[in-house]
Design a protein around this ligand. Structure first.
Ligand SMILES: [Zn+2]
Ligand SMILES: [Zn+2]
Length: 147
């Protein structure tokens, strides 16, 4: 049996200096409503795709890094374009060997939708995710209490 060639996608920053090319399908797509993601993006939630490093074909361009502690105490490292400030990938100490790439950086209307929304306890009141999408109060398995 021959497999169809894996789909390749390239994310890029606003100015085009930094590019990330990935192959295959993301391991996970999630919408994060935490206040850190709100402040880093300037939006009320961030949609991120997770890619095991063996699906990351190429990363080009120069990035600056910002490091902070995540809610669970592990380090979170954000790599962003020093020219235009777009966040291009994130690394979680708790999830080695995987990078998160903001879905918006692909600017692809056909990109797979998130399967889960996390940190819904911090979600903007007016945001409503589609019915049937898993919604968690934080990043663990606890379901959100408000809709
Ligand atoms: Zn840039
Ligand atoms: Zn977040």
């Amino acid at each position: 049996m021959t497999e169809a060639p894996a789909k390749t996608r390239t994310a890029q920053c606003q100015c085009g200096q930094v590019r990330v090319t990935v192959t295959g399908e993301p391991a996970m797509v999630s919408a994060c409503n935490c206040t850190w993601c709100q402040r880093r993006s300037g939006s009320v939630f961030v949609v991120a795709s997770r890619w095991p490093l063996d699906q990351v074909v190429e990363r080009t361009g120069e990035v600056s890094r910002f490091e902070r502690l995540g809610a669970s105490g592990g380090r979170v490292t954000l790599s962003f374009c020093p020219t235009c400030s777009s966040t291009m990938w994130t690394e979680l100490e708790a999830m080695p060997g995987v990078i998160g790439v903001p879905v918006g950086a692909f600017a692809d209307p056909a990109f797979p939708a998130p399967q889960v929304a996390v940190w819904c306890d911090q979600k903007a009141d007016w945001v409503e995710f589609p019915e049937g999408m898993m919604q968690l109060a934080d990043q663990r398995r606890r379901p959100a209490e408000r809709g």
